[in-house]
Design a protein around this ligand. Structure first.
Ligand code: UDX
Length: 426
């Protein structure tokens, strides 16, 4: 019966908050989701989903009756006791996390001891402990999210694990939070708050390390004549290594990896520990984003006056998110070298208008490559694989040069058709 299910409060209806709200509603809970931006709440209440996330609009529509979007915190407090905090914790100039939105939530709650906080937002290790010191006698649970953009609904519904961190005094709430996930039949890691916070940061830092590692193997393979695709396949079959996150490319981006790796490095630094490995992971990634310029220069010489097409603006396919996307760095560097840049992305290009500098934003891949001296595949959107490379694309380019930043295209076919092909690490 629906009324046996714990009602859920969600504070902050960004990407994480909306996925959390919609998925708990799908699991049969009444959800009160609160955001401070009236326009966002109004459009959600009309069933309009403001972000590109596969499956999410359908979930919001199917569960409209159980989803209550509001700007009014009092409404959430009246109906719910577990408050999932899903507000933004963006990086500050120092690389520390900006916790001002978390602070605002705490201010609004005052000293109400009836409501337990369940922290989904990624926060520095130690945040939970400090909040608990300030709110004694109140429930606090760390329940970090591990959602991938573009796959978030599936990640929520079929998680590899659920992490529930609670300290002495909050075990009752930890049990209640763990029970919410019981229908998902995932392993539940029950631990203390600081360890839960660390699991989140360490997981993302490890995945970023894996990417920077394979990118360095790729760069060395280019010099030594090995093919990183073959190398990654051979490595990934070792069960201790595993095949995932071994795809060499032009660097990781997005709202999580760059921020979380920096945050963990910074946290360590604050304690006086120099996290050397993460320093290298960050630097490798920054250089990786820029290596494409050298690949273009190798074939075109000076890029002054050359026309370069960037296919893909989003930091990865199936999202319109451009935060920390390699496209932004490439667009700026190419224009710095005097090239004229055209970009196309199926959903994300317009989000980048102000950050792409003077790049021309095109309505189709064909418009972007028309007359180009080179094309760079930045994001592996499936539709880029289906373009008529051999026919129309080649005919429209001034010089048939492709830098495949994701080793995504059919290299043999392109080379056979007369393209100059530069991949990553092959
Ligand atoms: C990531 C984590 O996966 C998720 O658990 C966490 O909660 C948030 O951060 P997300 O940022 O959505 O999710 O993207 P993800 O799919 O992990 O990819 C991140 C970046 O790494 C992308 O730019 C992607 O292109 C790049 N990447 C990924 C590689 O370059 N090679 C790989 O093998 C995998």
């Amino acid at each position: 019966m629906a009324d046996e299910k714990e009602p859920i409060g969600v504070i902050g209806v960004g990407w994480v908050g909306l996925v959390t709200a919609a998925c708990f509603a799908e699991l049969g809970h009444e959800v009160w989701a609160r955001d401070i931006v009236p326009a966002k709440v109004e459009s959600l209440a009309r069933g309009e989903v403001p972000i590109h996330e596969p499956g999410l609009p359908e979930l919001v529509a199917q569960n409209a009756e159980r989803l209550h979007f509001t700007t009014d915190m009092a409404e959430v407090l009246e109906h719910t006791r577990l408050l999932f905090v899903c507000v933004d914790t963006p990086p500050t100039y120092s690389g520390d996390a900006d916790l001002s939105r978390v602070e605002s939530v705490l201010d609004e709650l005052g000293d109400s001891s009836e409501h337990a906080l369940v922290m989904k937002s990624t926060v520095p290790v130690g945040t939970g402990r400090s909040i608990q010191r300030r709110r004694p006698g109140t429930g606090y649970v760390s329940n970090p999210e591990f959602l991938k953009e573009g796959n978030a609904v599936a990640d929520f519904m079929r998680p590899d694990r659920v992490v529930v961190g609670a300290d002495d005094g909050s075990s009752e709430y930890a049990d209640r939070v763990a029970a919410l996930y019981a229908p998902l039949a995932a392993p539940v890691v029950t631990t203390d708050v600081a360890s839960a916070e660390m699991i989140k940061l360490a997981s993302n830092a490890f995945l970023a390390t894996k990417i920077s590692f394979i990118n360095e193997i790729a760069n060395v393979s280019e010099e030594l004549g090995a093919d990183v695709q073959e190398v990654a396949y051979g490595m990934g079959l070792d069960a201790r290594i595993g095949p995932k996150f071994l795809q060499a490319g032009i660097g990781y981006g997005g709202s999580c990896f760059p921020k979380d790796v920096q945050a963990l490095k910074q946290l360590a630094g604050n304690t006086g520990y120099h996290f050397q490995l993460l320093t290298a992971v960050i630097e490798v990634n920054e250089l990786q984003k820029r290596r494409t310029i050298g690949k273009l220069q190798k074939h075109l010489g000076s890029l002054e006056g050359k026309q370069v097409a960037l296919l893909g603006v989003a930091f990865k396919p199936d999202t319109d998110d451009i935060r920390e996307a390699t496209s932004l760095v490439l667009s700026g560097r190419l224009q710095g070298e005097g090239a004229s840049v055209r970009v196309y992305d199926p959903v994300a290009a317009r989000n980048g208008t102000s950050m792409l500098g003077g790049a021309r934003i095109c309505d189709s891949a064909l418009e972007a490559i028309d007359g180009a001296d080179a094309v760079v595949l930045v994001t592996e959107w499936p539709e880029f694989g289906e373009l008529d490379w051999i026919g129309e694309i080649k005919a429209r380019m001034r010089v048939p040069l492709v830098v495949d930043g994701r080793n995504f295209l059919d290299r043999e076919r392109l080379v056979e058709a007369g393209f100059t092909y530069e991949g990553i690490g092959r």
